[in-house]
Design a protein around this ligand. Structure first.
Ligand code: NAP
Length: 258
């Protein structure tokens, strides 16, 4: 399927690995030129080199922490952008009693205020040109809060509320904003969570993965490629009527009737 976005320019945050990388690759495959970001320069440069070679698109890398003002200014200096994919690492798990104000501020900065700041920076240009696509990588926890992910639940609920209003305020100018909600996907983050289970329950990694996969009707973890393909579709010409949605990619794990 031709997504109709060849030659567009995208900023894909936190994209050297995992779901962000999956989104960057799917956009590159559709002919989109990229600005990619992550803190570690080596993996970022390796991903960029891979995409340049495979898809003959322009890829600029900006190493830096997207949750800081300096990191955001560095990527935004490479604008303007037709497409924005926001992403950052997720906050650590824990108990409700573990966290102090600073922990909440850090989570809010990473998973709520950073995507909001990036949207506020790029939306005026998109609206002026009458076309734009924004996809925020959030979490299944938006629909079904995960008890040990209190920091993530809190920050992502805030972002979801912002997008619900803002997406309706900009849709009339040809700009769509939607959120993608990953369930369990095979990335470093999922491996880290499995490793914690191995440690706490004294089981093998194979068993930890099999037990978690068994909670998913699809019987397996999702892949960054599947996730990226959905992201690229939301960024396509065909997706112009999809506005302000929270789209679950979880292999059926969350059973919502509506
Ligand atoms: P991942 O495999 O750990 O990859 C994270 C990517 O983001 C890496 O490229 C990392 O590179 C970059 N990154 C992290 N923090 C950054 C920062 N502050 N500034 C710039 N780049 C940063 O994670 P993932 O599984 O793809 O998860 C992506 C998001 O989806 C997270 O917010 C996660 O909580 C959420 N999520 C994931 C799952 C899942 O099953 N995978 C499920 C639900 C929600 P550097 O470390 O070099 O910066």
């Amino acid at each position: 399927m031709d997504l109709g976005i060849r030659g567009k320019r995208a900023l894909v945050c936190a994209s050297s690995k995992g779901l962000g990388r999956g989104c960057a690759e799917a956009l590159a495959e559709a002919g989109v030129d990229l600005v990619m970001n992550a803190r570690g320069a080596d993996a970022l440069e390796a991903a960029a080199a891979d995409f340049r070679a495979k898809y003959q698109v322009g890829v600029t890398v900006v190493a830096g922490d997207i949750t800081t003002e300096v990191g955001r200014a560095a990527v935004l200096a490479h604008g303007p952008f037709d497409i924005l994919v926001t992403n950052a690492g997720g906050p650590p798990p824990g108990m409700w009693s573990d966290w102090a104000r600073e922990d909440f501020i850090k989570a809010l900065d990473a998973n709520m205020l950073t995507p909001i700041a990036l949207m506020q920076a790029v939306l005026p240009g998109m609206m002026a040109q009458g076309w734009g696509r924004v996809v925020n990588i959030t979490s299944v926890s938006v629909k079904a809060p995960v008890p040990v992910l209190g920091l993530s639940n809190s920050a992502r609920a805030g972002l979801t509320g912002f997008v619900a209003g803002t997406s309706r305020q900009v849709a009339g100018r040809g700009v769509t904003i939607n959120n993608l909600l990953p369930g369990i996907h095979a990335t470093d983050r999922a491996i880290a969570l499995d490793a914690a289970v191995v440690k706490s329950r004294g089981i093998s990694m194979e068993d930890a993965i099999a037990q978690r996969a068994a909670t998913i009707p699809a019987g397996r973890y999702g892949t960054p490629a599947e996730f990226g393909a959905t992201c690229a579709f939301l960024c396509s010409q065909a997706a112009g009527f999809i506005v302000g949605q929270n789209i679950l990619l979880d292999g059926g794990a969350t059973n919502l009737s509506l």
